[in-house]
Design a protein around this ligand. Sequence first.
Ligand code: SF4
Ligand code: SF4
Length: 146
Amino acid sequence: MSGYFSELITGSKSLVAGLSVTLKAIFSPVVTVQYPREKIGVTPAMRGHIDLVKDEKSGTHRCIVCLSCMKACPCQCIVVEGEKREGVKGKVLTLFTLDFTKCSLCGLCVESCRPNAIDFSDEYELAGFSREDFYYDLLQRVKERP
Ligand code: SF4
Ligand code: SF4
């Protein structure tokens, strides 16, 4: 009989301990979000794939087609092309693509860019069905970005 009561007391204590954890969690601040309906900002240290930076003043990119990023990339995943145009100083960027399937996110391209024309994006929703889904036209992206 004494065993019965001791088990009853142990069980009750355990129940109270469990409920206290539940109650504490109920009244604690919520730290999760209803993804994908809700999203939280990412840390500034986040390294998504590279993107052309949009210059706020000009409303376009800052790339001067020096090709430093392309030469610095150990994975040869960047292709940059430009052309001379009448009345325009320097070259005009005509193509800037990234094959993200090869990118190691080393950052050498970002470091080598003197005009700070490229930076890491905060893109993290990058699921795809084929390799081609990870070939990015960065020039088109910067044009479309608000
Ligand atoms: S982060 Fe590194 S691997 Fe990726 S594009 Fe830049 S230089 Fe190439
Ligand atoms: S290093 Fe910078 S400025 Fe030069 S081609 Fe690359 S993105 Fe453009």
